[in-house]
Design a protein around this ligand. Structure first.
Ligand code: SF4
Length: 352
């Protein structure tokens, strides 16, 4: 949902930067408010459709359009400040003022590629700052709709922005001074990403991503595994949980279980935890049983998996612990537990 909201905001800003103002009077105001609402409504609906068509999606939250609207206004506010227009209500922005904003945007959603063709990036905004009618500086801006940093930019975001900066410089040898910024729409703050060139490091990382015959060693950790989408296919986190290398989580937990009982009508289920035996995905029975209440998407997934649940174990993702009972709903997942134990090339050889 945050990704969908971010995309809707990004694409609305892009539409407004490209808005055709031909035929409108320079002094006309009141139109930007309407145009931004129309753009957001349009992209909100597109994102909702994509979201609904995506497998393994939680509940769409229509009420978040209010937050998206605030984010869009925040992003437009930063653009106006960057164009040295005093901060004002969108309804007061004239056509002349917005034309000036548009004239400093050299590109939005621009595609950047290194000369060697190995590394690419998509910048949100490429801005020209003028002094005495001449271009004084280029700004590579990335619009961030997530939580703003308290102080410095997150290291990953800093690296991302410097990569865009360096790709832009490499593609334009006669460039003016260039710097990169993260624009945080939530509180309308701008954070500059300074630091040494990063392109060589990016290319080194690219080399390390070459496919290998053997899968990379798993490196389970609380940070890596917390939101990993691969748990239902990864035996390593479950072993790490048993070994105590991963914390079980407090309110939300992941489990690998056997279904003992399930009542489709009420959504009540009884599960038995299946601890791992060795590293190869094998599971053992246990006497650890717990009840769960399933509803919405989780109930639907349980109904779909019920026929195979007698022969297969299940992965429960993001089950909410309340006392001794787990609750699973739109925020959770119930998938067949099917760890992948070798790379596809090894599997292929084995079949041969
Ligand atoms: S669940 Fe597995 S694949 Fe995902 S981060 Fe943890 S160890 Fe890596």
């Amino acid at each position: 949902m945050p990704a969908s909201m971010g995309t809707a905001i990004h694409n609305s800003v892009e539409d407004l930067c490209n808005l055709d103002l031909v035929g409108m009077r320079d002094a006309e105001s009141g139109w930007l408010d309407i145009a931004s609402k129309e753009a957001l409504d349009r992209h909100w609906e597109i994102e909702r459709q994509i979201f609904q068509d995506t497998p393994r999606h939680p509940r769409w939250k229509p009420e978040l359009i209010t937050k998206a609207n605030e984010g869009l206004r925040g992003a437009l506010g930063i653009l106006l400040v960057r164009a040295r227009k005093p901060q004002r209500n969108l309804s007061d922005v004239t056509v002349r003022c917005w034309k000036e904003v548009q004239s400093m945007v050299l590109a939005n959603e621009g595609y950047l590629e290194s000369i060697c063709g190995r590394v690419m990036g998509r910048l949100d905004l490429w801005i020209a700052e003028y002094k005495d009618g001449e271009v004084a500086e280029w700004i590579v801006a990335d619009l961030k709709t997530g939580r703003p940093p308290k102080e410095d930019l997150d290291l990953k975001v800093n690296r991302q922005l410097r990569l865009y900066r360096d790709l832009l410089k490499q593609n334009n040898p006669d460039h003016p001074p260039v710097h990169a910024e993260g624009w945080y729409s939530a509180n309308q703050t701008v954070h500059r990403a300074d630091g040494p060139p990063i392109l060589d490091e990016a290319l080194e990382a690219w080399e390390k991503m070459a496919p290998t015959e053997l899968p990379l060693d798993a490196t389970p950790s609380d940070v890596s595994c917390a939101f990993c989408e691969w748990k239902a296919w990864c035996p390593s986190w479950w072993v790490a949980r048993k070994e105590g290398e991963l914390s079980p989580g407090s309110m939300f937990r992941d489990e690998v279980v056997r279904l003992v009982r399930f009542d489709q009508e009420s959504g009540a289920a009884l599960f038995e935890r299946s601890p791992p035996v060795g590293d190869d995905g094998e599971l053992a029975p246990s006497d650890h049983r717990f009840g769960a209440i399933l509803k919405d998407k989780a109930l639907q997934q349980m109904i779909e998996n019920q026929s195979s649940a007698d022969d297969h174990h299940l992965f429960l993702g993001s089950a909410r612990l309340d006392g001794k009972v787990m609750h699973l709903g739109d925020w959770s997942e119930i998938l067949p537990w099917s760890p992948m134990l070798m790379s596809s090339s090894q599997k292929f050889k084995k079949i041969e």
